[in-house]
Design a protein around this ligand. Structure first.
Ligand code: PRX
Length: 704
């Protein structure tokens, strides 16, 4: 069985009543200069050319040894791409451009404080920094190919330097989003078996210099609890020579990176030639169970895929100034701030802070000042910037040729503001659908060749063939107006290789559901189950409806309900916990948590706050619930399972449906009255649900 709880046939095949939006054509000026403007590209990537079509992506890289087998399917679904080939990811992202174009700016770092100057790092300078830091890792720490290193770093250029230095040595980096708590970082250190943690003392966020090193101490404690010793903690300093943290440096364990670097000035470390199939990095994400999944990405396939998609879908040319406002701590930042853009030798912007600091005009000032012409962000940021500064973009003289939206469905109305105001009607937009597991885009439009349609991501990208299946594995025909589970029929080079240390979970979560013959060596028998509901219009464009499992997409980031619930259960007084999604105007979804207390404890504001803080400690601010409701009892089935859909309906002011079959139907009305009265008093009533959102809520927590 699959890990997630997919929607049932009747529910999967909900009729979709969204008004179909019309096409929007890209501006002629964009089309003329696009990397992919000749429709012959569709021929080159036609299904009968699979898998050799991906040679076109691999050819964008410099290989030490050419591969002999494009796709090895001998051990499904553990696909191997470009077998026999050897290369180094750091060489591809740095050395080859430093040789050809040393003075070209690789990274522009924009500190959050507007009074601080931005910093240009040329390819030659990046090469120097990466070499020196690789010398630290190899010669001072003794790290070698295949070792794992956990990074817990903010949005500073030292982060790509650290990642690339690891890649230079074949050391597997595992960057944990800087906003995650020390405890969450500790779980990931333990899971990956890292004995080194690399962090920074502090960073700016919302105008404050945050103490970040303190989290490293918590992370090490947590890792040790789980049996993983951490030998060394490397601490980059936000301002070299000063220390931004209150946390003491642990004698013998903690070391300032600038002091180590001083021992390796001018060091040259040869890039290690890695097999294409060697892991490049781990990226943790949430699933249905509490244990996070370390998605293992490959060197050759991954790098080829992000380079190819950056070229054709991001339309990156070497002389562009490209800004992706995501955090490098998520997959979007790995693929489309660091590896893809640098592999193409372009200039990539790294912005430290929040988009609306000090005001909603900040991104547009940055774009104007730096001459950014490609912009990439999430619907949550777009909604937020629109709310705080709808008129801001027109005040600044920047020109985007291309813009991306990623991570969540974008409402057509928000899309139109992005297009007309942010993009000034000039920029082509790509709505890119994909996941941490996928390495790069799965569904989108080729910006010069396929028109945009607000609210739809588009068809499968080049060489990727999605399909919608119902629960029984029947194909849901396009144009039927019916939704189902979106799957990808074929492997692609960016697909992750496995879940670190959990190969069985990898197979059962993503491949078992629609596999009909587990002995088959034919990739056609192993569709990839993405865990999203979707509907395909007659023209082949997909509209992604959201997760079909118990994962809540908050501001474009996946949070597993089980993780949140186990965090709430760390509070001794809590007997039971249930996390549910609530519609949120800016962040798409927010989390609300319901708890019941053990006998003898009384509900109080302090108790609710304690639960909230526990979740923040265990996971991070991103998971902090909008509300914690303490209830006398949870609505339950007769077999004792918590009915999450009932409480999710209450939180969203939706009809709770038939509750007569519950073991305790009488509690529903009590909870509803209490929660909704409070929410009305706090002016916290979500807008009315669309039909699809109502379906989502109704299906929520189907399995539990
Ligand atoms: O539900 C889909 C949603 O985000 C999930 C993947 O989340 P994560 O692994 O954190 O990666 C986010 C960035 C790649 C998907 O299962 N999602 C992602 N992109 C879109 C989207 N939903 C609608 N439209 C998108 N463009």
């Amino acid at each position: 069985m699959t890990e997630s709880s997919p929607i049932q046939v009747s529910e999967a095949q909900i009729a979709v009543h969204w008004r179909e939006e019309g096409y929007v054509e890209p501006a002629q000026k964009f089309v003329e200069q696009a990397n992919a403007k000749d429709p012959a590209i569709f021929e080159r990537f036609a299904e009968d050319k699979f898998p050799d079509c991906f040679k076109e992506y691999a050819d964008l890289l410099a290989w030490d040894t050419p591969w002999h087998t494009t796709l090895d399917t001998s051990n499904p679904p553990f696909w191997k791409w470009f077998v026999g080939g050897r290369l180094n990811a750091c060489y591809n992202c740095v050395d080859r451009h430093a040789e050809a174009n040393p003075d070209k700016t690789a990274i522009i770092f924009v500190p959050e404080l507007e009074s601080d100057e931005h910093v240009h790092i040329s390819y030659a300078e990046l090469l120097r920094q990466v070499n020196e830091f690789a010398a630290v890792l190899r010669d001072s720490l003794g790290l070698k190919t295949g070792d794992r290193v956990t990074l817990h770093m903010p949005m500073v250029p030292e982060l790509p330097v650290t990642m690339l230095a690891c890649a230079r040595l074949g050391v597997i980096h595992s960057q944990v989003f800087g906003g995650f708590s020390g405890t969450a970082c500790g779980h990931r250190i333990a899971d990956s078996g890292s004995r080194i943690l690399i962090t920074m003392d502090g960073y700016y966020r919302g105008g404050q210099l945050l103490d970040h090193k303190a989290k490293a101490d918590e992370a090490v404690l947590e890792a040790v609890k789980e049996g993983q010793e951490v030998d060394k903690v490397l601490v980059w300093r936000r301002h070299p020579g000063q220390y931004a943290s209150q946390a003491p440096m642990a004698e013998g364990r903690d070391v300032f990176v600038d002091e180590l670097l001083a021992q390796h000035r001018g060091a040259v470390v040869d890039p290690v030639s890695m097999p294409a199939e060697a892991p490049l990095f781990l990226m943790y994400t949430s699933g249905t169970t509490g244990r996070p999944k370390g998605c293992q990405h490959s060197t050759g396939g991954y790098l080829a895929y992000v380079t190819g998609t950056s070229k054709y879908y991001q339309d990156i040319h070497p002389d562009d100034v490209y800004w992706c406002m995501a955090d490098i701590g998520w997959i979007t930042g790995h693929s489309y701030i660091v590896y893809g853009p640098l592999s193409l030798g372009t200039t990539t912007v790294v912005y430290e802070g929040v988009p609306n600091y000090p005001d909603g005009g900040r991104p547009w000032r940055i774009a104007e000042k730096l001459g950014v012409n490609i912009f990439h962000t999430s619907p949550t940021s777009i909604r937020m910037l629109r709310k705080v500064g709808p008129e801001e973009p027109k005040k600044y003289n920047y020109h985007f040729k291309h813009m991306t939206t990623v991570g969540e469905p974008i409402e057509p109305e928000v899309w139109r503001w992005y297009h007309s105001e942010v993009g000034k009607g000039e920029a082509a937009i790509v709505d890119t659908w994909w996941q941490t597991e996928n390495g790069g885009f799965l569904g989108s439009t080729l910006p010069a060749l396929q028109p945009m349609k607000p609210g739809s991501c588009g068809p499968g990208v080049l060489g990727v063939y999605p399909v919608i299946y119902d629960e029984d594995g029947n194909e849901v025909p396009k144009g039927s107006g019916k939704a189902g589970n979106i799957c990808i029929r074929n492997p692609w080079p960016g697909i992750f290789q496995t879940i670190w240390g959990q190969p069985d979970r990898f197979v059962s979560t993503y491949y078992t559901k629609y596999n009909k013959d587990q002995d088959s060596k034919d990739w056609r028998d192993w569709p990839y189950f993405a865990g999203d509901g979707a509907v395909q219009a007659g023209d082949g464009y997909f509209r992604i409806l959201g997760r079909v499992d118990d994962v809540i997409n908050v501001a474009g980031h996946r949070l597993g309900t089980k993780e949140i619930e186990s965090a709430a259960l760390t509070v001794g007084e809590v007997a039971e916990a249930a996390a549910v999604p609530v519609i949120d105007e800016i962040r798409g979804r927010a989390v609300e948590v319901y708890v019941s207390l053990k006998p003898g404890f009384e509900p109080s504001l302090e108790m609710a706050d304690k639960v909230s803080r526990a979740i923040e400690t265990e996971i991070g601010k991103i998971a902090r619930p909008k509300n914690v409701w303490i209830v006398p009892d949870m609505p339950k089935t007769r077999s004792g399972k918590i009915m999450r859909r009932v409480i999710a309906s209450i939180s969203n002011f939706a009809d709770v449906g038939d509750v007569t079959t519950l073991a305790n139907p009488e509690v529903v009305e009590n909870i509803r009255h209490h929660v909704q009265t409070e929410k009305v008093a706090r002016d916290d009533v979500p807008r009315e649900l669309t039909e699809l959102e109502f379906e989502e809520i109704k299906k929520f927590g189907a399995e539990t």
